[in-house]
Design a protein around this ligand. Structure first.
Ligand SMILES: [Zn+2]
Length: 462
């Protein structure tokens, strides 16, 4: 088996791993690059392998940085099968057409304003490509064996990061490998804890928070203090929210605060049709999270769902106090940027980030103290208070990553660290070496290794 690293190296986006077995090829994840412009440009560069030669893609989860390149792969000639858990498929049905819409919108914007050097600017892919992609999906339940390539057996196990999120275990009778996927938190109020991983010869582990420890605190209480303070001064609280996962956790915590009488009865708006659709899926996949049927219903009742663009615009004419949850989570697009344009210049308001902000995004800039951000070609002053709920993350921290690895029945022969900024990956490498004593490395873009005895001799062979 040969493993190639074609994304999520030195960054948290663009997850793409190439597995080759007896001349047959498949990918684990097929994500979009997001964040810095030089990263996003990578979505346009030529692929180092022929898309038509890929027989299968196995998806760890639906987030766009893991699934969002699929329609582009299809455009380049991919016609293979896409394996995913049922919840991942349902989420991809929501997320991929939306991603295509954003690509088309971006191209339209560039053409309208003549910003592009390419005339006309084309979208990376269209909604038709995304729809065609969805036809290629085959769903597989957690724990059930399937064969993405002849002679290669795969299984999904719960990663606890998101509905449907999985670690993927693959073996061909000689070698075995496990991809952690994005790992959730052991004590997440919403999602079940990640499952103990099965043994494997080789491990590929994420390192989003490889250099950090999430604060140990009562998330609900912390959110309560922040919201009460803002609401007491009549603020509009704008929360850039990831449509799937963080939006539902926020709704849950706010509903619990209200039910406990710890939060005034101010209106809460979920201004994201996508997040509203995703929320419905928590009812369908009830065994993947901790909420009872009644609690699911309670969360729905506590929040007002905003569907139409007109309703969304009407919020901008409304005064505080109120709480608006809107996508996207890193303020890279979506309805939240319209709300930021209106509410960020007012020092009375609060912009509350709830999750990881990748470098190069408006979210990262605001957290870093930017005085203005550029929206629709205009510099918007940021006078509102800006805060981040870091422990709101859907990712395991460094301690939790180490704890998950300790649960492997035996030490892998080699461990590869991916999906992290360079400092986070390096910090995790040092910890794995020191605390677990394992053979470990941080691969670079396009590194390729032969698994089995060769990998042991030279884990960084290119
Ligand atoms: Zn993710």
């Amino acid at each position: 088996m040969r493993l190639g690293f074609f994304g999520a190296t030195g960054t948290v986006t663009g997850s793409r791993y190439l597995l080759e077995c007896d001349e047959r090829r498949m990918l684990v994840d097929c994500g979009l690059y997001q964040g810095y412009k030089q990263l996003r440009l990578k979505n346009w560069s030529e692929l180092p392998f022929a898309a038509s030669s890929i027989e299968a893609v196995v998806l760890t989860h639906a987030h766009i940085d893991h699934s969002g390149f699929l329609p582009a792969l299809l455009r380049r000639g991919f016609r293979g099968r896409i394996f995913a858990t049922p919840a991942t498929f349902e989420l991809c049905r929501i997320l991929l057409p939306d991603s295509a819409f954003l690509q088309e919108e971006q191209a339209r914007f560039l053409n309208r304003h003549g910003y592009s050097i390419h005339k006309p600017a084309l979208p990376l892919y269209t909604r038709a490509d995304a729809e065609a992609c969805l036809e290629l999906f085959e769903t597989v339940r957690f724990g059930k064996a399937f064969q993405p390539l002849a002679g290669l057996t795969a299984r999904f196990c719960h990663a606890g990061h998101l509905l449907g999120a999985a670690s993927v275990h693959l073996e061909n009778g000689q070698d075995s490998i496990i991809f952690s996927g994005d790992l959730g938190r052991s004590g997440d109020p919403l999602m079940n804890a990640p499952q103990s991983p099965p043994a494997a010869d080789c491990l590929v582990i994420e390192s989003t928070y490889g250099d950090r420890r999430h604060e140990v605190l009562d998330l609900q209480a912390q959110l309560g203090v922040i919201l009460r303070t803002a609401i007491a001064r009549g603020a509009v609280v704008v929360v850039p929210t990831f449509a799937v996962g963080r939006a539902q956790l926020l709704m849950l915590l706010i509903a619990r605060l209200k039910a406990a009488g710890a939060l005034q009865d101010v209106p809460i708006y979920l201004d994201s049709p996508m997040a509203t659709d995703a929320t419905q899926l928590y009812r369908v996949f009830a065994d993947e999270h901790r909420l009872s049927h009644e609690e699911c219903a309670q969360v729905f009742r506590a929040t007002r769902m905003v569907r139409s663009v007109e309703q969304s615009k009407a919020l901008d004419r409304r005064g505080g106090p109120m709480i608006i949850l809107a996508g996207s989570g890193m303020a890279t697009g979506g309805r939240v940027i319209h709300h930021l344009k209106v509410f960020a210049p007012d020092a009375n308001n609060l912009i509350l980030f709830a999750g990881y902000q990748a470098g190069g995004t408006r979210g990262a800039a605001m957290i870093g103290g930017a005085k203005t951000i550029r929206i629709h070609g205009q510099d918007v002053p940021i006078n509102a208070q800006v805060m981040q709920l870091s422990s709101m993350s859907g990712h395991a921290d460094a301690d939790e990553l180490i704890a998950w690895m300790r649960k492997l029945p035996r030490a892998p022969k080699h461990t590869f660290i991916t999906h992290g900024e360079p400092s986070a990956s390096e910090a995790l490498r040092v910890r794995i070496k020191r605390e677990l004593g394992w053979s470990v490395s941080v691969p670079e873009y396009r590194d390729s290794v032969v698994l089995g005895p060769a990998a042991e001799r030279n884990p960084a062979n290119r």
